[in-house]
Write a protein that binds this ligand. Structure first.
Ligand code: PLP
Length: 495
């Protein structure tokens, strides 16, 4: 295979490079940095070459370009296991033209949100990696979630042999539906904890457990090693590149764009994983003009794109797009590393400034390298209005996260007059955030979220994803709530 030499290196150190398999197993690098590819492969063929290919074949090719130690057979097996009838459409990730944009629907998997795109394949990649590296320990997958990752990780890893999966979510920071999806998860190896704190605190708590050397030693003695299903794991990011290539090829095949025509990609952003995957696609040679980074009220990234300074010292605001309620966008560290030409010294000093003072300023060079990006934010009144308008005018219903992206996009075209065709990443089914969606379009909110789903379905006729219908009748199987300081103990207990 071409690109047979891509290796992975930590953003924080000049440590030796490792294989893709080792990076996927480790999750976070030992120096607390994130693994990045030491070079970005070119697309294995022009975008035309992908037209008409089934999703799993595109995924196999794109993922294979990055995971160069995986064999073709292994990749075919992983992609085939992941992108199958678990998705409610054979297209897996359909593109819908409506309003002023093309919506790339990434929520047709098991949990009705875009995390399924990567988390349906990550368990298979991890299993294969373990086999390739001759790793004999059981893998405990630790995940902090703002709602959607948790269920997708649980669904992906449930009963996968050789793994235990632990999910930590902010008890008051996820939707009723998200929480119920997690708490009804079956499987012998699943562990779910509500944390008293917000998502950033849950994420920091989990990172602290990763960095706890005494725990790592104790677990190693018990035959266990830790890994992560968060987007700090490179095995989460790489599969996400595939759907941008797939969507572009579909636009070509449908005659919506001409060969070589550049498109914008607009992404409702939280931890910066999804949009970073779009940036990787652009670096591979996909014709992409602007990457539009859309934020809600927690608009740290908007300010960063506009000023070049990342500053989390502000109030954390709970919004109707909870998966974007994030002040610490972990994957930005990867972009900075690439833009800084792999200079880990700079990354180290930025990250220690961030830990000590809550902000960092990477300087003019990085600021000017951000020109591929446009940062915008939309508050709830604007995003709900955009959602309502799209429903009223086009009878197309989007969720509250996608609505943030759509509102930012409408604002972007009003301000710039840019007529470049634009793909908007649609990251969740509207039913996953039914209360807010109902409120936005004037549907009566029910006594609980589940009645609201029924009302929304009655009023709009939009079908309810199978994974969400009947959810309120499934038994609740988990009910642990802990302090953020108790994450380590919960892991020790659960193994
Ligand atoms: C996770 C998530 C996001 C944010 O994606 P990042 O990769 O963290 O930037 C946006 N919308 C939904 C519905 C999500 O679940």
């Amino acid at each position: 295979m071409e690109n047979s030499k891509i290796r992975y290196i930590s953003t924080r150190g000049d440590r030796e490079k490792v294989t893709a398999s080792a990076a996927i197993i480790e999750g976070l690098a030992p120096d607390r940095g994130l693994y990045v590819p030491d070079s970005i492969p070119a697309l294995p063929c022009g975008p035309e070459g992908f037209a008409g290919m089934p999703y799993r074949a595109v995924a196999k090719k794109i993922i294979g370009s990055f995971l160069s130690d995986f064999t073709d057979d292994e990749l075919i097996e992983c992609a085939g296991q992941a992108y199958d009838a678990k998705f409610d459409t054979p297209l897996v990730a359909p593109v819908v033209k409506t309003g002023r944009a093309f919506f790339l629907e990434l929520w047709h998997g098991q949990t009705a949100a875009f995390k399924d795109m990567a988390l349906s394949i990550l368990p298979w990649l991890l299993k294969t990696a373990v086999k390739k590296e001759g790793e004999d320990k059981k893998i405990a997958v630790l995940t902090a979630t703002s709602g959607d990752t948790g269920k997708a990780a649980l669904a992906g890893f449930a009963d996968v042999s050789g793994t235990e999966v632990f999910v930590f979510y902010p008890k008051e920071g996820v939707s009723v539906v998200q929480e119920r999806q997690m708490l009804t998860q079956t499987g012998r190896n699943v562990h779910i904890y509500g944390i008293r704190g917000n998502f950033d605190e849950a994420q920091t708590g989990v990172k602290d457990v990763f960095n706890d050397l005494s725990l790592a030693g104790e677990l190693a003695a018990r035959g266990v090693r830790l890994s992560s299903a968060n987007s700090i794991n490179i095995g989460r990011l790489v599969p996400q590149i595939a759907y941008y290539v797939y969507a572009y090829a579909n636009l070509l095949a449908a005659g919506e764009i001409k060969s070589g025509e550049k498109v914008n990609i607009c992404v409702p952003t939280g931890n910066f994983g999804n949009i970073l995957s779009a940036w990787y696609a652009k670096q591979m040679g996909l014709p992409v003009a602007r990457l539009i980074c859309a934020s809600n009220e927690n608009n740290v990234l908007t300010d960063f794109m506009n000023t070049g300074v990342y500053d989390k010292r502000r109030e954390f605001i709970i919004t109707s797009s909870p998966s974007m309620d994030i002040l610490v966008s972990s994957n930005l560290e990867r972009l900075l590393w690439h833009l800084a030409g792999g200079e880990s010294g700079l990354i180290n000093s930025l990250m220690s400034s961030f830990e000590n003072e809550g902000f960092y300023d990477p300087g003019e060079e990085i600021k000017s390298a951000l020109c591929d990006f446009y940062g915008g934010c939309a508050k709830m009144p604007e995003s709900h209005a955009a959602l309502a308008k799209l429903w009223r005018e086009e009878k197309y219903l989007i969720d509250t996260h996608t609505a943030v992206a759509y509102a930012v996009y409408l604002d972007y075209i009003a301000k710039t007059g840019d007529e470049t065709k634009t793909l908007i990443a649609s990251t969740a089914s509207p039913y996953k955030f039914a209360g807010s969606v109902a409120g936005a379009i004037g549907t009566e909110v029910g006594a609980d979220e589940f009645r609201t789903i029924e009302n929304l379905n009655r009023d709009t006729g939009v079908p309810v994803p199978e994974s969400l219908s009947g959810l309120d009748r499934k038994p609740v199987l988990h009910e642990n709530v802990i302090e953020k300081t108790e994450i380590r103990a919960a892991v020790e207990r659960g193994l």
